[in-house]
Design a protein around this ligand. Structure first.
Ligand code: AMP
Length: 279
C-alpha cells in the first residue's frame, strides 16, 4: 500500500493511475478502523481498479473538545487492516496539511438539512465535514465515493455539498455493519466499558421496536416509547426522530407509503452513539 501525507504527492500518484485508465474509488475515514470501514474498502475495491482511503481526524467537525481529544487513535492497526484488505493508497495528512494557518474557511449553503438532528445537537458539525470532504474530493476526484448508511444524515449532507460544488462523483451508500447483537459498529464503541457495551444494544432494539409497531401506533407514540425505553436503559437521549428518507423532514402523519427512516442519537454516560433504520 502506498502511503501519502501531502496533497500534492497524492494527486501526482492518483493522476498517474488515471492516465493509465484506472478507475478510482475513495473511502474517507477518521481511522480507528473496524469491519464497517472494511466493508466500504472491500466494496470500493470490488467496483474500482484503485481504492484510496484517507484517515484524518478532522478537528473542525468536533463541537466538543473532549470528544475530539478522546477520539480513538489506532494508526498502526489501521495500516495493517488496510494492507490486509488490499487498499492501494492511504492518504494520511496532518492537520497543517489540511488547514492552512489563518485560512478563511468556506461556508456551504446546506439549508434545512444541517439545521436538524445532528445539525441541531452538533452546531457546525456538517460545515466542518463539508470543508474536509470537499478538500479530499478535490484532491482525489474519484469516480465513486463510499460512505456508510450508519451516518445517514452525513450522506445526505455530502451529496448536497457535491451538488453545490458540481462534483461529478457518484455516491455509493453502504449498509451498516453490525456486531452480532445488532449494535452498529463504530470507532466510539471502543470507549464503552463492559457494562456500557451491554447497554448499547438498546439503541438498535429501540429502532426495531419502532419498525415493528409503527403501523399500529402513531408516530408521536412510537417516538415517545423509544425515548422512554432508552431512558430506562440509562441513556440520555438527544433525539429519536422519524423522518422522510430523502429530505429528513420529520414526519408527523404517515400515509403508510412515504419511505421513512427512524434515527437515534443518545449518550450512554460520556459516549454518544447514533444509529438509524429504514422503516
Ligand atoms: P468515520 O471513520 O466514523 O468517520 O467513518 C468513515 C466512514 O465509515 C463513514 O462513511 C461512515 O458512515 C462509515 N461507517 C462507520 N461505521 C460504519 C458501519 N458500522 N457500517 C458501515 N459503514 C460505517
Amino acid at each position: 500500500m502506498i502511503i501519502k501525507k501531502k496533497i500534492k504527492d497524492l494527486q501526482e500518484t492518483v493522476n498517474g493511475f488515471k492516465k493509465n485508465k484506472k478507475s478510482v474509488g475513495f473511502v474517507p475515514t477518521m481511522g480507528a478502523l473496524h469491519n464497517g470501514h472494511l466493508f466500504l474498502i472491500n466494496t470500493c475495491k470490488r467496483e474500482n481498479d484503485i481504492c484510496i482511503c484517507s484517515i484524518f481526524i478532522n478537528p473542525a467537525q468536533f463541537n466538543n473538545k473532549t470528544d475530539f481529544d478522546k477520539y480513538p487513535k489506532t494508526i498502526e492497526n489501521d495500516i495493517a487492516l488496510l494492507e490486509g484488505a488490499g487498499c492501494d493508497i492511504l492518504f494520511l495528512p496532518d492537520t497543517a496539511e489540511m488547514y492552512a494557518e489563518n485560512e478563511q474557511l468556506l461556508h456551504y449553503n446546506l439549508g434545512f438539512i444541517e439545521t436538524i438532528l445532528e445539525g441541531q445537537y452538533r452546531p457546525g458539525h456538517f460545515q466542518g465535514i463539508c470543508i474536509i470532504v470537499d478538500k479530499l474530493l478535490a484532491a482525489v476526484l474519484p469516480r465513486l465515493l463510499y460512505l456508510g448508511r450508519k451516518d445517514y444524515q452525513q450522506c445526505m449532507v455530502i451529496q448536497k455539498m457535491m451538488d453545490l460544488k458540481k462534483y461529478e462523483i457518484q455516491l455509493h451508500i453502504c449498509d451498516t455493519v453490525r456486531e452480532p447483537d445488532g449494535l452498529a459498529m463504530s470507532s466510539r464503541n471502543m470507549r464503552l466499558n463492559t457494562e456500557e457495551r451491554k447497554q448499547a444494544v438498546s439503541i438498535i432494539i429501540s429502532l426495531k421496536n419502532i419498525q415493528q409497531t409503527l403501523a399500529a401506533v402513531n408516530i408521536e407514540v412510537a417516538k415517545k416509547e423509544a425515548i422512554h425505553y432508552l431512558q430506562q436503559k440509562g441513556f440520555k437521549v438527544d433525539y429519536v426522530e422519524i423522518a422522510d428518507t430523502i429530505t429528513l423532514q420529520p414526519v408527523i402523519h404517515w400515509d403508510g407509503k412515504q419511505p421513512l427512516i427512524a434515527l437515534v442519537a443518545a449518550y450512554i454516560n460520556e459516549v454518544r452513539l447514533i444509529d438509524n433504520i429504514a422503516l
